[in-house]
Design a protein around this ligand. Sequence first.
Ligand code: SF4
Length: 233
Amino acid sequence: YNTCTPLTLQITQEAAEGAKAIIAWGNCACAGCVQAANPNPTGAKAIHKVIKGKPIINVQGCPPIADVMAGVIIYMLTFERMPQLDGLGRPKMFYSRRVHDTCYRRANFDAGLFVESFDDENAKKGYCLYKVGCKGPSTYNSCGIIKWNEGTSYPIQSGHPCLGCSEENFWDNSPFYKRMPDVHGFGIEATADQIGLALGTATAAGIAVHAVATNIRKKELIDNEEPESKSNI
Ligand code: SF4
């Protein structure tokens, strides 16, 4: 749901009037999703940009994970309060870790073993998808833990890079429009010390810049987060 026409905006405002709190389901409601992608011809906006003065919980994703949607509602009904949110209004219980941090391919990333193009030999071996656009290092979601369809699989497990669908402006930042920073890897025999040393070199500048940017952003999210005690409903 988003607010790209006068009618949908009016419906949103009327529905919000009597609400104690608003749950925004999915990237459309949380951030505008594909409708709001540049040049955003319809002027689509996220719910939090048109409704003020109400607690808003952004259950992000395109679509959000069904278990996460159920979990948020059950939490609110059980405890009669808002879940603790991060700086983008996402419930921290489901969005506090990067997809990269829980990815079963992470050992391949650390060892410098990458898929170079879709369906190459490395793809068949299950190597890391960073070089074909994976946004897992900058995306906060539970995909790697909860997965989809009753824990069956998730995009990375199916061989597709993470698109970053639980982040704002993910269409504009799509890996299919923007190349990821280059990375050469460290070799499968590299020790943790060698990896740490290499991170200081120009060859790993892409990863280092990325990691710093991600951590700065995470700190901003933590600094901006709503204390749970302030957000009871
Ligand atoms: S870059 Fe993507 S595929 Fe590679 S380890 Fe991180 S999340 Fe997994």
